[in-house]
Design a protein around this ligand. Structure first.
Ligand SMILES: [Zn+2]
Length: 229
């Protein structure tokens, strides 16, 4: 059973075990950002919190972010994550997101920032007026999955460099996993850690994720699961 926690007058985080998703309300419409890992009732939960019409946007297509999508006819996602979404049997009509898109919920604007790396179509949402960055899995203090064919750690570093360059526009990060909220400085630390992995300056430990051998790199601020080279 998911836990609902109010963040402010018009934002909630819904904690679904190891992952969280968000409901953001504007004066016209509401937006569900992701739909959890084991939460087919995500829409019903959102409907208990707002009487506005609810749209859904996925930060990316990993299965722990889309479990409640089936209750919606339409969903928003960056088009580069659609193939994997369909591969998993993902339903609904996609309204493709592109970098720079602005969603207006009514007195509340969210800018879409394409941050490939964790997945090809990962996005962050910037609510500049509130000073909030919603970061999906790409900025968080838990373990970041960087193994498998869809993921690219060099692209991840470039994306985080871009977020770092936007740090004067937000003062807090709302991540999908790990501690809530996160500090913007976590972005700098993740860049440093990922770069050390790329440069071979740190040693990973052998681990397994669902029968796939991976290398685990643990830093004080987060961890990375990477391909075995
Ligand atoms: Zn996730």
């Amino acid at each position: 059973m998911a836990d609902i926690i109010r963040i402010n007058d018009s934002s909630w985080r819904i904690e679904d075990g190891f992952v969280r998703f968000f409901l953001l309300e504007g004066s016209d419409t509401a937006l569900l950002v992701d739909t959890g890992a084991t939460c087919p009732e995500a829409r019903q939960i959102a409907e208990t919190l707002t009487d506005k019409q609810i749209a859904v946007l996925n930060t990316h297509s990993d299965p722990d972010h889309v479990s409640g999508n089936g209750a919606f006819r339409f969903f928003m996602m960056h088009y580069e994550d659609e193939p994997y979404y369909r591969l998993q049997g993902g339903q609904g009509m996609m309204m493709p997101l592109r970098d720079g898109d602005v969603l207006d919920l009514g007195g509340r604007s969210l800018q879409v920032i394409h941050i490939p790396g964790h997945t090809p179509g990962s996005v962050a949402l910037l609510d500049e007026a509130a000073g909030v960055l919603i970061s999906g899995d790409s900025v968080q203090s838990d373990n970041i999955f960087m193994f498998g064919p869809r993921r690219d750690i060099n692209e991840f570093i470039r994306s985080l460099e871009r977020l770092k360059g936007l740090k004067d526009k937000f003062s807090v990060v709302w991540p999908s996993h790990g501690a809530f909220p996160a500090e913007p400085d976590l972005i700098d630390k993740l860049i440093e850690g990922a770069q050390q992995i790329v440069d071979g300056k740190v040693t990973g430990t052998q681990a397994e994720h669902r029968d796939t051998p991976v290398l685990f790199y643990k830093f004080p601020y987060a961890g990375f699961f990477c391909d075995v080279k």
